[in-house]
Ligand binder design. Structure first.
Ligand code: TYM
Length: 344
């Protein structure tokens, strides 16, 4: 059976971009057709300036929203990264396979490092090595497919490169994964700045639809979306990015095609109204289920506990195999005898 792994970082409130670019695919497709694991990657949230209490709160909220979006613990595994030691164990081995140059070429590193420096902060070393930890997340589970928005494609490519390099040097250990992007809305843009991704860690609230926004707030944000000059409705990402973004959001929410949808409108007003309605309808069940789950935090905790136990069981043998392959002495032989005896 195909193994699917994906993750979400608790650095801010989850957005419509997270939902349309990744989470919806996980709930409606991936968990039904594959052995799927979905992870709240909390270690990744420590790579930038962070408030410990906020990370804890956002981790809990992300877990609750994943379940509210339809992930079913009977069909898939939902867990928190820091509950499974294998991620950090494998990350170090992969740091011994990755190169400094490779890390410095990562687009997200360049962008985030520049942003941190602009704010007068220092750049954490973990921000540079973050893609290696992400590769460890993926490779520890023998993952075939990684469903993500297209901002993560370069990171998944790195995971592929590291898997191939490790296998060539030390013998076949890892499955080589591939990124899977949704057909539409693989990159939802900020409504106020259609040149930038709608990102949960950004500061510009009015351009970001959060999954827990009230319907009125969603409507206001969509109606105030920046559109391009011109009045004709056409789908062209290059010259009309604001309009293309709205058409993609509408298409993703209604199951349509952005180009065909463009033909159905002759003005921006109606397009914005329909897009707002469609987004509100997509988010409604999610908000309702989130509220129910919040009333029962013990349930969410139980799901995460069981998820971590299951995830550990899957990751452990692969990470142990990587430790052996790279030349580290096993702590214990298969039958539990002390390694040195077995190695003699
Ligand atoms: P993160 O937390 O930024 O985003 C989670 C998922 O949401 C997608 N996404 C978007 N898709 C479309 N439009 C947008 N505006 C948008 N914003 C976010 C992301 O592509 C992602 O699929 N490094 C990852 C987390 C991670 C991970 C992993 C993912 C860590 N380890 C292993 C997959 C496998 C990240 O920062 O995602």
């Amino acid at each position: 059976m195909t193994r699917v792994f994906s993750g979400i970082k608790p650095t801010g409130h989850l957005t419509l971009g997270n939902y349309l670019g990744a989470m919806r695919q996980w709930a409606t497709v991936d968990q039904h057709r594959s052995e799927a694991l979905f992870c709240i990657v909390d270690l990744h949230a420590l790579t930038v300036d962070h408030d410990p209490a906020r990370v804890r709160r956002l981790s809990r909220q992300a877990a609750t929203l994943l379940l509210a979006s339809g992930l079913d613990p009977d069909l898939c595994t939902v867990f928190v990264q820091s509950h499974v030691d294998e991620h950090a164990r494998l990350s170090y081995l992969l740091e011994c396979v990755a190169t400094d140059g490779e890390m410095r070429r990562m687009i997200q590193y360049k962008e985030k490092a520049a942003r941190e420096q602009r704010r007068g902060g220092s750049v954490r070393l973990s921000l540079l090595t973050y893609p290696v930890l992400m590769a460890a997340d993926i490779l520890a589970y023998g993952t075939d497919e990684v469903p993500v928005g297209n901002d993560q494609t370069q990171h998944v490519e790195l995971a592929r490169d590291l898997a191939v390099r490790f296998n060539q040097r030390y013998g076949h250990t890892f499955v080589v994964p591939r990124a899977m992007n949704p057909a539409v809305a693989a990159r939802v843009m900020n409504l106020q700045d259609p040149g930038s991704k709608m990102g949960k860690s950004d500061d510009s609230g009015p351009g970001i639809v959060y999954l827990l926004d009230e319907p009125d707030t969603v409507r206001k944000k969509v109606m105030r979306a920046v559109t391009d000059s011109g009045s004709e409705v056409v789908y062209d990402r290059e010259s009309r990015p604001g309009l293309a973004n709205l058409l993609e959001i509408l298409a993703a929410c209604t199951g349509g095609d952005p180009e065909q949808l463009a033909d159905a409108y002759d003005g921006y007003g109606a397009l914005k109204r329909d897009t707002a309605d469609a987004v509100i309808e997509v988010l409604r069940p999610l908000r309702e289920r989130h509220q129910e789950l919040c009333a029962d935090p013990g349930h969410v905790e139980g799901v995460l506990r069981e998820g971590a136990a299951r995830a550990r069981g899957i990751a452990r043998p692969t990470v142990d195999a990587a430790y052996r392959a790279i030349g580290l002495l096993p702590a214990e032989s298969e039958d539990g005898a002390v390694a040195l005896n077995a190695a003699r």
